[in-house]
Design a protein around this ligand. Structure first.
Ligand code: BG6
Length: 509
């Protein structure tokens, strides 16, 4: 007789069916900012358009501007028209617009928060939001404590019976371990950890979620996913844009804190973690936490890391300024716009495998990819000349753009002689699927409204990420200026040396 063993962590719902959020509302602090206009408002509309928001969904903007509800609604309308992914439909918009409210005030203004309370209570009555509200902090981190305190003072952070209250926090979550701990304490004193949703928008990207599908839904890859077969892994997030207009946020922060601490370490965790016992949030997070706990920076940093700052140059046929000429940056700014680091994952699976992470602004082109580069075959039964052109096998997750996966391997060049050269086999989303991928923020906002926490880093994960990065940033502080690199190139020479020292090289995506 066979017995089915039930996994208590497994939820029996059919995961192919989209789930619609229950009655709820969302309050955005920092509603006049770029993120809100370009990402949050369009994502909310796209969700509404896909029928995934409840009928009475309400969107409350909170800011200092002297706007009435209609002014706010017009701002949302314009943002949606300009940036939404899905087509504009009057009927969807009209329903969403009915739930738009605006509360005017500063973050330290008690009266404004009392008004917010009244607005939310009214929405519960008029729109049926049922006391379920999320508070989205799309604001500078310095303002987190005061807003959290106001949410506590007014009782907005406390749900009634059968209600929920959640807080959504945009990065940067601190600027080092100490500040992250302090922030976590402030937040967790008011909101229990299960009500805190820290956004790392990379986790909402379709291609990033595919990392776990590719690894754990197939038999092909996992047997060779370890140091016996893998030579090294390189993770690249390159951008061609500069930092014009972002001095307020970026100067003094730099590429490592902006991108490596969060997006790239999360990618590393997904590529290296062990198989979770299920896809239940607790199980996935536990594996990620375990692998991050085993991740350490490799020293000496003078050889294993690189940091650069872009100078003027040409990009896309246009002359572009260097960082020091960008508006708002200190004329002697030592903020790095390029960062590359080497990490080790000290587990049996990954012992001896180096992990190279790099990111930069004003690089050759915009591309994010994870390349798993394999060791050479232990023996080649060909003449040396036959394999002169053969590189190392690689599996590349093309995170963006041109989303997909590439496998690179050697193949015989057609003809009567024996010569083996690299070829690639491609999977591309555009060719294999007709559905277009949702934007990361659509997925994340919906998951948050559903209370589904898998894609949101927890407090200990965030702290661990700072712990990994802090020693490197500390060493950089006492090592002078970042090395200049010309806009439109692939970063400073030290980044090339960092790999060539070990006989390796960065992929040229
Ligand atoms: C943000 C960083 O988190 O990610 C930006 O602060 C960066 O500096 C952006 O430009 C890149 O996001 P994406 O989705 O365009 O790769």
């Amino acid at each position: 007789m066979t017995r089915t063993i039930q996994n208590p962590l497994r939820d029996e719902r059919d995961k192919r069916l989209p789930t619609i959020a229950g009655p709820c509302g969302l309050v955005i602090f920092g509603v006049t900012g770029d993120l809100s206009r370009k990402k949050l408002m369009p994502a909310i509309y796209d969700l509404a358009n896909r029928g995934l928001l409840p009928p009475g969904f309400s969107l409350v903007g909170f800011a200092r501007r002297d706007w009435a509800d209609q002014d706010f609604s017009k701002v949302v309308h314009d943002a949606v028209k300009q940036y939404a992914r899905t087509p504009f439909r009057e009927s969807v918009w009209d329903r969403l617009a009915e739930g738009c409210r605006f509360v005017q005030g500063a973050f330290d203004d008690d009266g404004a928060f009392d008004n917010l309370c009244t607005t939310i209570n009214d929405l519960d009555q008029i729109r049926g939001t049922a006391g379920n509200h999320a508070f989205y902090l799309s604001i500078p981190p310095a303002a987190f404590p005061v807003v959290i305190k106001q949410l506590a003072r007014t009782g907005l952070a406390k749900p009634g019976a059968d209600q929920w209250r959640r807080v959504v926090i945009e990065k940067p979550f601190g600027h080092d371990l100490a500040s992250a701990k302090q922030l976590n304490k402030i937040v967790n004193d008011v909101f229990p950890e299960e009500s805190v949703f820290r956004i790392d928008h990379y986790l909402g990207k379709e291609t990033v979620q595919n990392i776990l599908a590719l690894r754990f839904a197939n038999q092909l890859f996992e047997p060779i996913w370890n140091g016996n077969y893998v030579d090294h892994i390189q993770i690249t997030m390159a951008e061609d844009i500069g930092l014009g207009g972002r001095a307020g946020y970026y100067d003094g922060i730099g590429a490592a804190r902006d991108v490596i601490q969060n997006h790239l370490l999360q990618l590393l965790a997904l590529v290296t973690m062990e198989e979770p016992v299920s896809f239940e949030p607790r199980a996935v997070r536990a594996e990620k936490a375990k692998v991050l706990a085993a991740t350490t920076p490799v020293e000496p940093f003078a050889e294993t890391t690189a940091r650069g700052q872009y100078t003027g140059g040409w990009q896309g046929g246009q002359k572009v300024p260097g960082l020091l000429q960008e508006e708002g940056f200190a004329k002697d700014s030592i903020t790095e716009t390029f960062a590359a680091i080497t990490l080790a994952v000290e587990t049996r699976r990954w012992a001896g495998v180096p992990f190279y992470l790099r990111t930069g602004k004003r690089l050759g082109r915009r591309v994010t990819e994870i390349a798993v580069v394999f060791k050479r075959a232990p023996h080649l039964p060909f003449d040396a000349t036959a394999t002169e052109e053969l590189g190392q096998n690689a599996l590349v997750f093309r995170v963006q753009p041109d989303e997909g996966v590439t496998m690179r391997f050697g193949s015989k060049v057609p003809g009567s002689t024996m010569e083996v050269r690299d070829v690639s086999m491609d999977f591309s989303y555009g060719h294999s699927f007709t559905e277009s991928s949702p934007e990361a923020y659509e997925r994340l906002i919906l998951d948050m409204l559903l209370g589904e926490p898998s894609l949101f880093p927890m407090n200990d994960e965030v702290e661990r990420s700072w712990e990994i990065l802090d020693p490197i940033i500390k060493a950089w502080r006492s090592s002078g200026r970042p090395e200049p690199y010309q806009a439109g190139t692939w970063g400073p020479d030290s980044a090339t040396r960092m790999l060539s020292r070990t006989g390796r090289h960065w992929r040229r995506p």
